[in-house]
Design a protein. Structure first.
Length: 115
């Protein structure tokens, strides 16, 4: 970890790299957990570099607020998150070109939406 500390905890702006999993978090921390604006990246062996997995808001170590999530198989989700799950309004861009825009609950389409 490279960044700011408070009372022996990551606090403020910093970068954490997990070499075993090949992931990285760059952004704000609060008492040892991602909190505020931040970006989660993963190592992509095809390009031999880090690529963005999630960019957006965090709270208490979980995706929370507005964010963009990139998944090679499922597509791209742009919208609201609550405690690590897609909740509220969001848009999913599927690899085949389809787009779902509507409501989400716990990571699933829920309520009103259009494709």
């Amino acid at each position: 970890y490279t960044g700011e500390w408070l009372d022996d905890k990551k606090h403020g702006y910093g970068t954490q790299v997990w070499t075993k999993t090949g992931s990285m978090y760059v952004g704000y921390w609060k008492y040892g957990k991602p909190d505020g604006e931040g970006t989660q990246k993963v190592l992509n062996p095809k390009v031999k570099d880090y690529v963005v997995k999630y960019a957006g808001d965090w709270k208490n170590g979980k995706k929370h607020g507005m964010g963009l999530y990139f998944d090679d198989n499922a597509g791209i989700y742009e919208g609201q998150w609550v405690e690590g799950h897609q909740n509220g309004w969001g848009r999913m861009y599927f690899p085949n070109g389809d787009v779902y825009a509507g409501e989400w609950l716990n990571g699933q389409h829920h309520g009103q939406g259009i494709v």
